[in-house]
Design a protein around this ligand. Structure first.
Ligand SMILES: Cc1cc2nc3c(=O)[nH]c(=O)nc-3n(C[C@H](O)[C@H](O)[C@H](O)COP(=O)(O)O)c2cc1C
Length: 389
């Protein structure tokens, strides 16, 4: 298990550049796909802070909604003109639909890289055999990967998964081998089981084991990177080829500046004052409004980010509540202007943020665990009909 002691900030000594297909990712830092979060505006902010370095994956797009050209889905797959490479994450349970979605992306030039999501632990998905329940059915996983890789043509296809369903039903090593056999370009492993949801500690040893198990392709480590030093430590301790960072950048897109600095051997990390944070908040809300095409809806969508941005700052609970129900940029800005904006970056704000609970029982279809090779009864309903959920 990983050591929780103090750590040096030395950059990894490895000089090999992570490549996702033809795309170099240098330094090897990836924004984790997060439904409802990693849309074009948030990716823009993260990219600005990283100086354009790294890889920024879209929120999850369901394949059925994509092939049906669902209106919301078509908006979610929007990339800013400057995004290169354009990374899209797909979620699907039916090999034929996944194949169609991937072909559509390739033929219509909708993205440059496709990531497949096999990590979702949400009960309404696993109950039907989807998400993190799916890799347990080895032949189905193989069929999906085969369709995706063959439909993608020259586009690289990667997969993201968890360790397994629970400690008694670990799937990541088999899934990794299947991925290599089917021509997947790289694998990201979130070091938790579905049963853990977001609780406990990510198992970085599993990332190291996967790296040994699939030496043919890059392995990206994911789970519990809260600050740039954590990212360096994950690479050092697991030998992974890159890191995928999710909750650590909620309300903190400048973490990408820190990550780039750390991998480049610099230690000057961003410690914004509340004034600087407030400016980013207003910009984030404004970008959401432009993206949605309606300022008020943008600010309303931004509400979920408010607590993350303000984490650790001395802001009274009444003011926090007020800021989380604003409906216009002016209201947001004037509320923020009432705060003591000279506050320094708070000690402790580099720690965990976002969801941290877990240890739920995984809800599965009847008899799911009886036979990993029997794929009868996998329901296409496991795929939600809208994206980003
Ligand atoms: C709000 C939220 C939404 C998420 N949505 C997705 C998703 O759409 N696709 C996916 O593969 N993982 C999703 N995840 C999981 C993250 O990509 C990541 O694997 C997980 O948060 C662990 O990484 P972290 O410890 O850096 O947060 C989501 C996580 C959160 C907190």
């Amino acid at each position: 298990m990983r050591d929780n002691g103090p750590m040096p900030t030395t950059a990894p000594s490895s000089t090999s550049t992570l490549k996702i297909g033809p795309h170099p990712v240098q330094p090897p830092v990836v924004l984790a796909p997060m439904a409802g979060i990693t849309n074009a505006p948030f990716r823009t902010l993260c990219r600005e802070f990283s100086g354009g370095k790294g890889l920024f994956v879209s929120e999850m797009i369901t394949t059925r909604a994509l092939v049906e050209r669902n209106e919301k889905t078509m908006q979610l797959i929007h990339f800013d003109a400057t995004e290169k490479p354009r990374s899209i994450q797909l979620y699907g349970v039916d090999p034929a639909t996944v194949g169609k979605a991937v072909r559509m992306i390739a033929e219509e030039d909708l993205a440059d890289h496709i990531d497949l999501n096999f990590g979702c632990p949400v009960p309404k998905v696993t109950r039907k055999g989807g998400g993190s329940a799916l890799p347990y059915k080895r032949p189905l996983l193989r069929a999906i990967l085969r369709e995706a890789v063959s439909g993608a043509g020259d586009l690289p296809v990667t997969m993201k998964m968890r360790k397994g369903i629970d400690d008694d039903h670990i799937t990541y090593l088999d899934a990794g081998r299947i991925a290599v056999e089917e021509g997947v370009t790289a694998i990201a492993l979130h070091g938790r089981t579905a049963a853990q949801h977001y609780g406990g500690t990510a198992d970085w040893d599993a990332i190291a084991r996967l790296k040994e198990h699939v030496p043919e392709i890059p392995v990206l480590g994911n789970g519990d990177i809260w600050c740039a030093e954590d990212a360096l430590r994950m690479v050092r301790e697991t030998g992974c080829d890159g890191v995928v960072v999710g909750r650590g950048c909620l309300g903190r897109p400048w973490l990408f500046a820190d990550l780039v600095a750390a991998f480049e051997g610099r230690t000057a990390f961003a410690r914004p004052t509340l004034r600087e944070v407030a400016d980013v908040m207003v910009r984030h809300a404004g970008l959401l409004g432009e993206w949605i095409g309606d300022e008020s809806r943008g600010v309303i969508d931004f509400r979920k980010h408010v607590a993350w941005y303000l984490k650790g700052f001395a802001v009274g609970s009444e003011m926090r509540k007020r800021l989380a129900i604003t409906s216009s940029l002016e209201e947001l800005r004037s509320g923020l202007d009432e705060l003591d904006l000279d506050q320094a970056w708070p000690a402790g704000a580099d720690g965990p943020r976002g969801r941290t609970s877990g240890n739920n029982r995984v809800v599965l279809p009847d008899g799911w665990l009886k036979d990993p090779y029997d794929c009868a009864g996998v329901s296409e309903d496991a795929e939600l009909d809208t994206s980003g959920g």
